[in-house]
Design a protein around this ligand. Structure first.
Ligand code: HEC
Ligand code: HEC
Ligand code: HEC
Ligand code: HEC
Ligand code: HEC
Length: 192
């Protein structure tokens, strides 16, 4: 009787050891993986525009899909942000480079293709607008040595299905950063 039980017990012990070894190895791999960046962001599929902050746009173009999920660089579309006082918005051609092929069946992409066929520019609704008596050289901020990111002023645009104004754009907001970065706060640099 004992002679039969012992080999079984030994078998169980061996199995347990193998199990522990696998468990440890598995966790070592997991620990290694957790050093890597978190999983890729996937934009939610169903989003109700009406419930979102910011103006509703003529086409439901989504930054969370393009800049978030597909990790497109901001400057791919807003390339003038580095060189111009007002960065402006991408042309239809910048969209159609992909959307000749991508997004068939999506009604919002259909609107885009229709506009492209008619050579009719999209009338995007402006999100940010400083009063005309304020001078804001956009490119100086993007290109400054202060290492300011788009997100410092515009928020996490790559997570926004619809863009909204993240910062107040009030004079106090400008001054706060200028003081922190030791940039001029002379009235005449910002006011014409
Ligand atoms: C595929 C092209 C594309 C990419 C990439 C892109 N954008 Fe945009 N962006 C647009 C379009 C089109 C609009 C106008 C429609 C809207 O406001 O959603 C816009 C609008 C904006 C606005 C609001 C402009 C206004 O009216 O004041 C901001 C701010 C902005 N983008 C910042 C960013 C930032 C920051 C990134 C990178 C994280 C980025 N964008 C990436 C196409 C793009
Ligand atoms: C220091 C703050 C700041 C930073 C950094 C910044 N922006 Fe802006 N951005 C603004 C303000 C303020 C406006 C509104 C300007 C106006 O109304 O004249 C604006 C306007 C815009 C617009 C609307 C342009 C238009 O012509 O209507 C876009 C697009 C934009 N920013 C994209 C970007 C992108 C992309 C980056 C990063 C490469 C960036 N911004 C970095 C503050 C900033
Ligand atoms: C580098 C390629 C690329 C460029 C450039 C691009 N898109 Fe897209 N777009 C995509 C991809 C990929 C999807 C996701 C398609 C899908 O999920 O079926 C998408 C989805 C969309 C959608 C559907 C939104 C949704 O709910 O998924 C719209 C609308 C759209 N794009 C508009 C635009 C506009 C407007 C521009 C130009 C400002 C633009 N795209 C530029 C690749 C691009
Ligand atoms: C997040 C920080 C930050 C914010 C917010 C900010 N600025 Fe600036 N600004 C800077 C930095 C840094 C520089 C210096 C850039 C350089 O070295 O060329 C600068 C430079 C400037 C200049 C050029 C100054 C010169 O010497 O010619 C003007 C004008 C200006 N900003 C206006 C504004 C206005 C208007 C606002 C608000 C609407 C604003 N800034 C908000 C950081 C900021
Ligand atoms: C860094 C940029 C910056 C500097 C420096 C600056 N301002 Fe402003 N100022 C703004 C912005 C942006 C606005 C518009 C937003 C607002 O009303 O807060 C503004 C608005 C104003 C207004 C109109 C307020 C209203 O309610 O309509 C007055 C007046 C003004 N500034 C005076 C001054 C004086 C005086 C100085 C110097 C002591 C000064 N500003 C320095 C950015 C600046």
């Amino acid at each position: 009787m004992i002679g039969k039980v012992l080999p079984v017990a030994r078998g169980i012990a061996v199995l347990a050891l193998v199990g522990v070894a696998f468990y440890a190895a598995f966790h070592a791999v997991q620990a290694q993986q957790s050093d890597q960046p978190p999983e890729r962001f996937i934009a939610p599929v169903d989003v109700d525009t009406a419930g979102l902050p910011g103006p509703v746009q003529p086409i439901f173009y989504r930054h969370d899909v393009h800049a978030g999920q597909y990790e497109m660089d901001c400057l791919y579309c807003h390339y003038a942000a580095e060189v111009s006082s007002s960065p402006g918005l991408p042309s239809l051609d910048a969209c159609m480079g992909c959307h000749l092929l991508v997004g068939g069946g999506n009604p919002e992409v259909a609107k885009l293709r229709q506009a492209a066929t008619e050579r009719r520019p999209i009338e995007w609704v402006e999100v940010h607008k400083l009063p005309s008596f304020v001078r804001f050289p956009h490119m100086r901020h993007v290109m400054s040595d202060a290492d300011i990111k788009c997100q410092d002023c515009h928020g996490e645009v790559e997570r926004m299905p619809q863009v909204y104004q993240f910062s107040s754009l009030k004079m106090g907001w400008c001054l706060e950063c200028h003081k922190k970065e030791e940039v001029t706060t002379d009235c005449t640099v910002c006011h014409y």
